[in-house]
Design a protein around this ligand. Sequence first.
Ligand SMILES: [Zn+2]
Length: 212
Amino acid sequence: MLKRLNIKKVDEGIRRFQETVFPARRKFFEKLAKGQSPQILWITCADSRLDPLLITQMEPGELFVHRNTGNIVHPYAIPTRGGAATIEFAVSMLGVQHIVVCGHSDCGAIKGCLNPATVEALPAVREWLRHTDSLRERVVARLGHADGPEVLERAIQQNVLDQVEHLKTHPCVAEALATNKLQLHAWYYKIETGDVLTCSSLDSELISARQA
Ligand SMILES: [Zn+2]
């Protein structure tokens, strides 16, 4: 019953878009139909609560978006190369000038990484999150445990930084960085406050905690 209700809502939304939104911006969409030239590749989690266009207030055509569970970018050497085709297309074909990896608060993927028991019954998710195994080990090594909301927040931010490092192993990214054609950004979106923060590593937070 709930699924039917949701689909009905989608149908109504599409109709409203076609009858109201589209006619009001017909010229915009006709121009958009001729091609795209986004300057930003936005890599983010599949989580339904994070809407890149909403939080950036950008328009269709301005963000080239890649989404998956946990905003993971595999190192280029890993055969599955999650997102490699999207990254290559964005960097080499579209010539994006920025790549943003944006994680978010309360990320279920990183919860699964920190507490593998929560994804024990999900073999595909478990396999996907194997790429974050070292994150859990580093979190425990630095903080002594992997529990609690603060640890989760720090792990989510470190995960984003890890993916930015993986981006650098992609030849098209390395080449664009070497010629100053590309900038990489590690951001963290806090659902409950609307903040978009630059990610801090596990190490740097330890240093600032010590100084305080
Ligand atoms: Zn998530």
